[in-house]
Design a protein. Structure first.
Length: 265
């Protein structure tokens, strides 16, 4: 039986990519992991959010914070090289988990019909929101010498038509397919790969989606649990997937959305 309760993941090292501020889902995940005794590694996208992420990281003892822009191969390569060297220098045996909580599309591309998406806008959304998981998995796997888990964040718009989600729905469909292929490829090394499909939550990224508040209202009225998703619920599910308690789950998409996805008409 796996250990349960506080400190279930004590001694593990998990990389969390995608904190921009305290509303980020990655922050809620980091909080849940810190409660389980995880030693955290955080990355931030650029100078604009550096200070905020460093301040948030300072809440947890021993947190390492690095820059990493996933749209730049050199930035990803340099980050993982530094991380590998720093973990080795600190005598950490391995990286045990990775949280990929990153997405981006031009606001205009979220507002226009998919049919009007430009080639460049499509490429950007798919590059940052989907290809980045491939690149991260490629560099992270060699550091996960004792196995572990990778978790990414997706949304119902990957498989259903959600108003104003448009090109991001296509990016999430690609991301969910990647989860299955990566799970198959990395499974023999003891590395599990899963996605959490979160219900709508008010974050900086969500605000780019037109009429987001009306989506929140709709979910609160219709979802089986009659409320919107709490970021802490996403955090706890990520902690489960990254811990030994989730050891039998890979290649899957787990919904944390108050049950909204089960509804038909
Ligand atoms: P957020 O804006 O707080 O997080 C998005 C993160 O992506 C930011 O930290 C940003 O810096 C990072 N990012 C963007 N481009 C990057 C780049 N080039 N390099 C590195 N980092 C980059 O918003 P969030 O809602 O917490 O989003 C996190 C994940 O959750 C995303 O994948 C999003 O699609 C997914 N998600 C969100 C919701 C929701 O309703 N908020 C629902 C389902 C899934």
């Amino acid at each position: 039986m796996p250990e349960t309760g506080a400190g279930m993941m004590a001694g593990k090292t998990v990389l969390v990519m995608g904190i921009a501020n305290r509303w980020s889902l990655a922050y809620a995940i980091a909080q849940a992991l810190a409660r389980q005794g995880v030693e955290l590694v955080l990355t931030y996208q650029g100078e604009r959010v550096k200070r905020a992420v460093e301040d948030l990281g300072a809440e947890w003892h021993g947190t390492r914070v690095y820059p990493c822009d996933v749209s730049q191969d050199a930035s990803v390569a340099e980050f993982f090289e530094r991380l590998g060297a720093d973990l080795a220098a600190a005598g950490r045996r391995a990286l045990d988990g990775v949280v990929h909580s990153i997405a981006f599309a031009n606001k205009e591309d979220l507002e226009r019909p998919l049919a009007d998406t430009s080639r460049a806008g499509f490429a950007l959304a798919l590059d940052v929101s989907a290809y980045s998981l491939v690149a991260v998995a490629r560099y992270a796997a060699p550091l996960m010498t004792e196995g572990g888990a990778i978790v990414t964040l997706t949304y119902l718009g990957a498989t259903r038509v959600v108003t104003n989600y448009n090109v991001m729905g296509v990016a999430k469909a690609a991301l969910e397919a990647e989860v299955r292929y990566l799970a198959s490829e990395l499974g023999p090394q003891g590395i599990r790969v899963n996605a959490i499909s979160a219900g709508p939550i008010k974050t900086a990224s969500a605000r780019a989606i037109k009429d987001f508040s009306s989506i929140l209202d709709h979910v609160a009225q219709r979802a089986p649990l009659r409320r919107v998703t709490d970021p802490a619920e996403v955090g706890d599910t990520a902690a489960f997937l990254l811990s030994d308690a989730g050891r039998g789950v890979t290649g899957d998409v787990i919904f944390v959305d108050s049950g909204y996805h089960i509804l038909g008409v």
